[in-house]
Ligand binder design. Structure first.
Ligand SMILES: [Fe+2]
Ligand SMILES: [Fe+2]
Length: 376
């Protein structure tokens, strides 16, 4: 603890200040004592304004310019100065209660005993210094907490970005095993987010869906080449294996529950072929037992597949696409979500049109397979 003691003595009688200085310095244990002098309240406030290291104020009450009461009132209203202990000196005992009520920390009745003066000063200074240490420690702790919180937030953002990045890269890897174009997954990402937004999902959930929906067919990674790339029509058994991509996708992404995007990807991969009427796969989930992520991706995936040109088919017009999908309202699709989709169809068409396949750039390496499969 800092042993320097700085006492501000406020008294209009300089003799009193000299007396106190003598009394305090003459007593042992106060070697590091500094006395600051003020002849009235105004001077005292000026000194306090300039120095923030005063440990205690010994305040006279009867003074010109600014008396002790007014000075005390101003001190106790000041954010910093109110922490400095004030010992009031008075010969009139009736004033003691008034000054204590106003916030004075102690009083000395004139004439006072030097030993009593020293003890009271020391007691208050000790408390003040301890409270200074506590305050400084709290300030340092607060600064450290702010610093650590900022570092933690930065780490969280980085970890979220890493998760987004991993999800995008995994989606890219899946595209190499998908017979769709790369732009299909980009469109699914934006269309899913839009439908989620219209369904009233939180901004955070909409973003999660945006990054997770491109993973819907990630399970095709696990489908053997002789089936995935088989020219011509698949047998019933091969088609069964093809359908396993949903369960495989779920397995690939399982066990990462603490990562919201990967976990959402798992749900979508597993549930994007579940049907509202319970006749979908892999688990024949029904109605709202299918997660809303799965119900959303089911709608936008079918919409994009129908309304896009493929090597084996022309694109259906938006009207034809809407008619076909509405036939399956409550069969394949969640009726409420489909209604929402259809009511806002124009928005989805704008998104789809803004993310068209670029001829030449989006060449699908499996184009021949697709053509032959349709012809067979
Ligand atoms: Fe699929
Ligand atoms: Fe798809």
């Amino acid at each position: 603890m800092n042993t320097d003691i700085r006492v501000l003595v406020v008294d209009d009688d300089e003799f009193n200040i000299d007396l106190i200085e003598v009394m305090l310095t003459a007593l042992s244990g106060l070697e590091d004592l500094t006395i600051l002098r003020a002849l009235n309240g105004r001077e005292a406030l000026d000194i306090l304004e300039q120095s923030s290291d005063i440990d205690i104020i010994r305040l006279d009450l009867e003074m010109p310019v600014l008396n002790g009461f007014d000075t005390l009132q101003l001190l106790k209203r000041h954010e910093r100065m109110r922490e400095i202990p004030v010992i009031v000196v008075t010969a009139d005992k009736s004033e003691v209660l008034k000054t204590l009520t106003m916030g004075a920390n102690d009083f000395l009745a004139k004439p006072y005993d030097p030993q009593e003066l020293k003890l009271r000063v020391m007691n208050h200074v000790r408390i003040k210094k301890l409270s200074d240490i506590t305050r400084d420690m709290n300030d340092a702790l607060e600064r450290e907490v702010v610093k650590k919180t900022a570092a933690l937030q930065k780490a969280l953002v980085l970890s979220q970005e890493a998760e987004y990045e991993i999800s995008l890269r995994l989606g890219k890897a899946a595209e190499y095993r998908d017979l769709e174009t790369g732009m299909h997954t980009v469109r699914i990402s934006h269309l899913s987010r839009e439908l989620a937004h219209l369904a009233g999902m939180t901004a955070e959930d909409c973003e999660i869906l945006r990054y997770a929906s491109p993973l819907h067919d990630v399970g095709k990674i696990g489908i053997p080449d002789h089936i995935l790339l088989k020219p011509g029509k698949l047998t019933a058994q091969e088609y069964e294996i093809m359908r396993m991509h949903a369960a495989i996708g779920g397995k690939i992404l399982s066990g990462a529950e603490h990562f919201p995007v990967i976990e959402a990807g798992r749900i979508i991969a597993e549930q994007h072929h579940e049907r509202w009427d319970g006749n979908g796969y892999p688990n024949r989930l029904k109605g709202t037992d299918i997660h809303i992520y799965g119900r959303i991706v089911m709608i936008v995936d079918v919409f994009d597949a129908l309304a896009s040109e493929r090597p084996y088919k022309k694109a259906f017009s938006i009207e034809e696409t809407a008619t076909l999908m509405l036939k399956d309202r409550g069969v394949f699709f969640d009726p409420e979500l489909l209604d929402l989709f259809m009511t806002n169809l124009e928005r989805f068409v704008v998104i789809k049109n803004s993310l068209q396949d670029i001829p030449g750039c989006e060449h699908n390496p499996f184009e021949e397979v697709l053509k032959s499969r349709h012809i067979a």
